[in-house]
Design a binder for this molecule. Structure first.
Ligand SMILES: [Zn+2]
Ligand SMILES: [Zn+2]
Length: 255
């Protein structure tokens, strides 16, 4: 069986501090061979890198989430650049815009997003994009800045037009647990519009547990349910989908 890959998790968050060893053991049992832990601020980025040095199956991304944009330290960019020098750091992320919760003022979200896109270009790293209720602005900024390595539209949901715009910019599309929910007809219909060589899967653990784990803390082992639902929607074998993602991930990160 090809290994499953979770391209976006937060085992660097406090929700996993007490039982990380068991979480990793369950992931291994479920066939998960690689997990990318994503930073959401300076401290969680540092924690993601530390985990990647402690466990060979864990990799890292470093960045400031739009929720944390208003709280960055004056030297956050050089801090992220220092962390990104580690070969276990695959991307700058998660970065972007969140106009759903608006936890940072929108102008500051945009400024910090642009600064990190610049940083990713300087460091020649892909980016991991968080965009919620903000696709038109996110895409406008991305069209202006044209991140040279593109990256991942994480936990994607949006219109066929949004999807086409991310694809046109060279982005990979990462699908999370909501694809398993009964009401996610539109998202499942959209799966068929994603070119096979741009499709990725993720948990976004501890959030967004797929069925049948909905309502519980999410963890990488649960990604198997998302693989199964996506394989069913695409009328593929689970094994073929696992191989497909296994081919896509290195093309993005180690071209
Ligand atoms: Zn996110
Ligand atoms: Zn996330």
């Amino acid at each position: 069986m090809a290994r499953l890959i979770d391209t976006h998790a937060h085992l660097n968050f406090p929700q996993f501090q007490a039982d990380l060893a068991q979480v990793l053991a369950r992931a291994r049992e479920a066939g998960v061979g690689m997990i990318i832990n994503v930073g959401s601020d300076e401290a969680s980025s540092e924690a993601a890198v530390a985990l990647s040095e402690a466990y060979p199956q864990l990799w890292a991304a470093v960045g400031v989430h739009p929720h944390a944009a208003a709280g960055v330290s004056p030297r956050y960019r050089s801090k992220l650049a220092g962390l990104a020098a580690n070969r276990r750091v695959l991307a700058i992320g998660e970065i972007g815009l969140d106009f759903y919760r608006d936890l940072s003022p929108r102008d500051i979200q945009e400024q910090v997003f642009r600064e990190q896109l610049e940083l990713a270009a300087e460091l020649n790293k892909p980016v991991i994009i968080h965009s919620r209720a903000a696709h038109s602005k996110t895409l406008q900024v991305l069209r202006e800045m044209r991140p040279p390595r593109a990256g991942i539209a994480h936990c994607f949901s949006g219109s066929p037009k949004d999807l086409a715009a991310f694809l046109e910019l060279g982005f990979y599309i990462s699908i999370a647990g909501p694809v398993t929910y009964p009401r996610s007809h539109e998202l499942r219909a959209l799966l068929k519009e994603i070119p096979a060589d741009r499709l990725l899967l993720e948990t976004d653990a501890p959030y967004l547990s797929p069925l049948p784990h909905r309502g519980k803390r999410n963890e990488p082992a649960f990604i198997k349910a998302t693989y199964e639902r996506v394989a069913l929607a695409l009328e593929m074998e689970l094994e073929s989908l696992a191989r497909l993602v296994q081919t896509n991930v290195p093309r993005l990160f180690w071209p």
